[in-house]
Design a protein around this ligand. Structure first.
Ligand SMILES: Cc1cc2nc3c(=O)[nH]c(=O)nc-3n(C[C@H](O)[C@H](O)[C@H](O)COP(=O)(O)O)c2cc1C
Length: 334
C-alpha cells in the first residue's frame, strides 16, 4: 500500500487518472513524435533526457529539448546529470521556461556516453550521491512532483533498487519508475516481474512498472505486480497508438486501418518538417516510418528504400506505391 496521502503526493493524483505513461526516449520523443502519440493518448509523456549541465549554460542545443506547446500536456521533463550542485539551477531553468507536470531524474540510462559522466545507471552505484541529487532537485521543484527512473541495480551482484527507492522517498521524491532489469542486462532477456512486485510491496511511494509492455497481455502482466502505474517505451516508439489499443482491449498489430496508418505516417513527416531545419526532417522521419510499417507485407524490403530517400517527393512516392501494393493483398485491417 502506498503510504503518501493523495493530498500530499501530486504524482499519485496524476496516476489515478493517468496510470499509463509514455517513456522518455532519447532521439525519439521529439515534439513532433509526441504530437503523434497524443492523437491516441491524453496522458503523461516525457521529453527526451535533458542534461542538467547544458541547462545551466542555457545552451541552445539543450534548451531545444524543452520546446513544447499548450497541446503537448501533460508533459514531464527528464533530467540527467550526476552533480547534485547542478540540480537546483537546472530545475530553475526548466521552471522558468515551461510548466512541466513532473520532473524526473534519469538513473537508468546504460549508454556509454552517459555512464562515463557517472550519470544514468551509473548513479545507482553511489547511493550517497543519489540522496544529495534528490534533495537538491526536490528543494528546487516546489510544488512540481519529482520522480526518479531507475533500474534494478548495476548488475546481478549489486541489485539495490529497494535501498535507492528508500533513499528517494526519504529525500522527498514523489514516485519511482522501475525498469525491471539491471544495467548489465541492458534490454535483453525478460523483465523481472517478481522484483518489480517486491519493490512495490516495500516502497512507501508510488511505483511505476516499466519494461516490455507491447500489448494488452504484457500490460496486464505488469499490472499484476501491483504497481501504481506503467510506463511504455519501445512499444510506444513502434506503435504510438498502443495506449488507445490497450484501453480498447485490442491488438496493437493491425490496430489502425491502412488508410489511417498512412495518414499517421504522413503526419509525422509533416510535423518533423515543421520542427526540423532544412531537409533534416527527411532523415528524422525515416525511423518512425520503418517502425510503423514493420510487420506489413513487403515492409522489410521497403526498409532500405526508405533509408535511401533524399527528399519528400521520393518518400511520398515510395509510400504511395507501398500502400497501393498492400491494399491489393489486404483490404482493411481494422
Ligand atoms: C531509443 C531509446 C531511447 C531511450 N531514451 C531514454 C531516455 O532518454 N531516458 C530514460 O530514462 N530512458 C530511456 N530509454 C529507456 C526507456 O525509457 C525504457 O526504460 C526502456 O526502453 C524499457 O521500457 P520498454 O521495454 O517499454 O521500452 C530509452 C530507450 C530506447 C529504446
Amino acid at each position: 500500500m502506498t503510504e503518501c496521502s493523495t493530498s500530499t503526493n501530486n504524482y499519485l493524483e496524476l496516476l489515478k487518472t493517468r496510470p499509463m505513461i509514455g517513456a522518455p526516449l532519447a532521439g525519439v520523443s521529439t515534439p513532433a513524435f509526441r504530437r503523434i502519440v497524443r492523437l491516441f493518448f491524453d496522458g503523461l509523456l516525457f521529453t527526451e533526457m535533458v542534461s542538467v549541465e547544458g541547462l545551466i549554460r542555457k545552451g541552445s542545443g539543450t534548451m531545444v529539448f524543452l520546446r513544447t506547446n499548450e497541446n503537448d500536456m501533460p508533459l514531464g521533463v527528464q533530467l540527467f546529470g550526476s552533480k547534485s550542485e547542478s540540480y537546483g539551477d537546472a530545475v530553475k531553468v526548466v521552471l522558468e521556461t515551461m510548466a512541466p507536470a513532473v520532473i524526473d531524474i534519469n538513473m537508468g540510462c546504460p549508454v556509454k556516453k552517459v555512464i562515463k559522466t557517472w550519470s544514468g545507471a551509473a548513479m545507482m552505484k553511489d547511493e550517497e550521491n543519489i540522496a544529495k541529487v534528490v534533495r537538491a532537485a526536490k528543494s528546487a521543484c516546489g510544488s512540481v512532483p519529482l520522480s526518479i527512473k531507475i533500474r534494478l541495480g548495476w548488475d546481478a551482484n549489486s541489485v539495490n533498487y529497494n535501498e535507492v527507492i528508500k533513499i528517494a522517498y526519504e529525500e522527498g521524491a514523489d514516485a519511482v519508475t522501475l525498469h525491471g532489469r539491471t544495467k548489465a542486462e541492458m534490454f535483453g532477456g525478460q523483465v523481472h516481474y517478481d522484483l518489480i512486485a517486491d519493490a512495490k510491496s516495500r516502497a512507501k511511494l508510488p511505483v511505476i512498472g516499466n519494461g516490455d509492455i507491447v500489448c494488452c497481455e504484457t500490460h496486464k502482466r505488469m499490472l499484476e505486480t501491483g504497481v501504481d502505474g506503467v510506463m511504455i517505451g519501445r512499444g510506444m516508439m513502434k506503435q504510438p497508438w498502443i495506449f488507445q489499443a490497450i484501453n480498447d482491449g485490442k491488438a496493437t498489430d493491425g490496430y489502425l486501418t491502412l488508410p489511417r496508418l498512412k495518414d499517421v505516417i504522413t503526419r509525422i513527416i509533416e510535423l518533423e518538417q515543421e520542427n526540423a531545419r532544412g531537409s533534416r526532417y527527411i532523415d528524422a522521419s525515416k525511423k518512425y516510418i520503418v517502425w510503423m510499417l514493420k510487420g506489413l507485407p513487403g515492409a522489410a524490403a521497403l526498409r532500405s528504400s526508405v533509408y535511401e530517400c533524399t527528399d519528400r517527393a521520393q518518400l511520398d512516392d515510395l509510400l504511395e506505391r507501398f500502400f497501393l501494393s498492400i491494399s491489393d493483398t489486404q483490404t482493411d485491417r481494422s
